[in-house]
Write a protein that binds this ligand. Structure first.
Ligand code: NAD
Ligand code: DAU
Length: 358
């Protein structure tokens, strides 16, 4: 079996569902169920004995050691993290605790477990660490895309905490020989994306008749990757990645934020038209995110060249699937919009809207 951390989050739950759809190998899923973790994402696995859910903190080294001893996984896919840049600006502490100390604790427990494995099991074991393109910093329009050798220049507390965790993983490979793999991927989108992030927030606010907030001038660029393509890439790297290596994963879909928002409005205009006018009328330009990175772009050629992975979805097909999923899962949307969610939305947007640009 394999151990997945953060398997009730956006990418983690997609990965667990994808894994069990593709393979008969069981998953132990360790997740703290923070505001971002949602066990109902895994409802389809409720009666599936191949899925073992453990509610717990990756920072609890004794718990992780106990789980490793009990289940003896052949691999760990470490996705658990605090993941929202805006939250890291308002309160970085939890990002340090989970992303840095939590990863350290995972590495320590894993090192002890891996060292104790007999020959062949030790040889086959893998620790895959899921990271982000944000560790590379920001690009100007004409700059080449990030490669695996681009220097680290993280700009937000979130990005810095992920960079620190990447360095720890690297050090555990070089120092102790731990069989690690690190992936740095671009912005994911798709089902189960928590509606504090741009794409689901736009869909949810549009349908609710609320303002659609675009930070600054909306000309920041992200490289969008459909989440099931990311899951396939992780399976590929886990199966055949070279030990100690890092692999960039991207969708080859660079878009400005304003373009993404307008595409979503236009799709909703067709699928669920307003009584009058367009959803575009709900777009508001609000005060920018402090330290906002201008452009991310991933060069994913190493992964294609070495392991044969490339994304299956274009932005057009992926965004159509995403919008359809949100329209078909209104109950999920209502469920995740709990009291905590509403408090966050209030805190994040209250002052921005007062300083609206237009
Ligand atoms: P998410 O915020 O949706 O989910 C994170 C999950 O981790 C949640 O289920 C949460 O409960 C769990 N978690 C948080 N702290 C924990 C702790 N201390 N112990 C155990 N579980 C804990 O995140 P996501 O968007 O699915 O991102 C997953 C990973 O991918 C993260 O490492 C993130 O940095 C990375 N990443 C995300 C994106 C993206 O676009 N979403 C892009 C690049 C990299
Ligand atoms: O690049 C990978 C990263 O992508 C991951 O490491 C992070 O975990 C993930 O959250 C995501 O980070 P971003 O900051 O790029 O995602 P977010 O959805 O928060 O914002 C996307 C862009 O949209 C960004 O330029 C900020 C902008 N934005 C965001 C929100 C929430 C808006 O204009 N308005 C908004 O209301």
């Amino acid at each position: 079996m394999i151990l997945v951390t953060g398997g009730a989050g956006f990418i983690g739950s997609n990965f667990v569902l994808d894994w069990l759809g593709e393979s008969s190998e069981a998953v132990v899923n360790l997740d703290k169920l923070t505001y971002a973790g949602n066990i109902s994402n895994l409802d389809a696995l409720r009666d599936d004995p191949r899925h073992i859910f453990i509610k717990g903190d990756i920072g609890d080294q004794a718990l992780v050691s106990e789980l490793l001893a009990r289940y003896r996984p052949r691999a760990i896919v470490h996705t658990a993290a605090e993941s929202h840049v805006d939250r890291s600006i308002q309160g970085p502490g939890e990002f340090i605790r989970t992303n840095i100390n939590g990863t350290f604790s995972m590495l320590e427990a894993t090192r002890a477990y891996w060292s104790s494995l007999p020959g062949a099991e030790r040889e086959d074991f893998r620790f895959l660490h899921m990271s982000t393109d944000e560790v590379y910093g920001t690009l100007d329009g004409a700059d080449p895309a990030f490669t695996e050798t681009t220097s680290y220049q993280p700009n937000s507390p979130y990005a810095a905490s992920k960079a620190a965790s990447d360095h720890l993983v690297r050090a555990y490979h070089h120092t102790y020989g731990l069989p690690t793999l690190t992936t740095n991927c671009s912005n994911n989108y798709g089902p189960y994306h928590f509606p504090e992030k741009l794409i689901p927030l736009v869909i949810v606010n549009a349908l609710a008749g609320k303002p659609i907030p675009v930070y600054g001038d909306g000309q920041q660029i992200r490289d969008w990757l459909f989440v099931s393509d990311h899951c396939a890439a992780i399976r590929t790297v886990l199966a055949r990645g070279r030990l100690g290596e890092t692999y960039n994963i991207g969708g080859w879909n660079e878009r400005t934020n304003l373009d993404v928002v307008q595409v979503l409005c236009d799709m909703l205009d067709l699928l669920v038209p307003r009584a009058t006018g367009s959803y575009r009328e709900q777009i508001v330009f609000v005060q920018d995110r402090p330290g906002h990175d201008r452009r991310y772009a991933i060069d994913a050629r190493k992964l294609e060249r070495e392991l044969g992975w490339k994304p299956a979805e274009t932005f057009e097909t992926g965004i159509a699937r995403t919008v359809r999923w949100y329209l078909d899962h209104q109950a999920w949307v209502a469920q995740v919009q709990s009291g905590d969610y509403l408090t966050w939305i209030e805190e994040n947007y209250a002052n921005r809207n007062m300083e609206a640009c237009e």
